[in-house]
Design a binder for this molecule. Sequence first.
Ligand code: TUI
Length: 314
Amino acid sequence: MIKSSICDLLGIEYPVFQGGMAWIADGKLAAAVSNGGGLGIIAAGNAPGEYVRQQIQIAKSMTNKPFGVNIMLMSPFADEVAQTVIEEKVAVVTTGAGNPSKYIKDWLAVGIKVIPVVASVAMAKLMTRLGASALIAEGGESGGHVGELTTMVLVPQVCDATNLPVLAAGGIADGRGVAAAFMLGAQGVQMGTRFLSATECTIHPVYKEKILKATDLCTIVTGKRLGHPVRSLRTPFSKKYFEAEYGGMSDEELEQLGTGALRLAVQEGDNERGSFLSGQIAAMVKKEQPAAEIVREVMEEAEPILLRASQWVK
Ligand code: TUI
């Protein structure tokens, strides 16, 4: 059985976080992951505080285990949601797509454990200094908003830059990925794409099917020109967006084209106008299964790999 400091820090059984995927990671999915011994995380995405409060209450009604809320810092409602998590006394806050410095003191004051996603060594050092409990080092293999560095390159450098426990994210979907993350110095993992196939994940069946049928070269990064690169499945829409981005379309028109695209994918499975966010690892997501089974399976797969590793040394 693999135990790490993350398990002791948060009172969870397995050092596995479910990523806070906007429009996708609701209270029901988070509760299922937490009941399975990992850390379920509700995504605030671009939603207002009241939506997040509802999802927190749903999760509280479905589990007595700790769970987290992810605050997407580019959201117009980030300030509001930062207050909601205080009022609801959530156990853990993770942040993404920006710098959460201005909120950290207030979260710590009420005993919330703050675990920011970092995509650089500088951000890892800053978050360590400001009192984070752990860090998530997310490489650009991930789905959604991506940084510059890969997981292989980022994780060891973040581990060297902090004395906090580090969770690796980006490109991890099975026990081999978990074992590799530990080899790089991480004490746990966060997975997003793998949980898209969870039974409790209520994305549109078209979205789930696309993930289960994905192949190795199936994702594309768009949005670089506007300064927020996003990885998604190659679809008619993402190809059209990519072409518009590198053709002559104005920033305003491009912004317009992207608006609402994630919701159209998640809720309507709209192949023509939806943005199906996904990590590069989608091709390794093979079947639908309960979230708790995913958590247990990846950790059970990692165990013999880590045990075998010492046998390489003669
Ligand atoms: O946040 C994510 N992934 C996301 S957020 C999201 S919602 C969205 N939808 C459309 C367009 C844009 C966003 C979808 N996927 N992952 C965590 C993450 N955070 N990855 C990288 C970072 C990051 C990047 C820069 C964290 C901090 C950072 O700091 C920059 C700075 O210095 O402010």
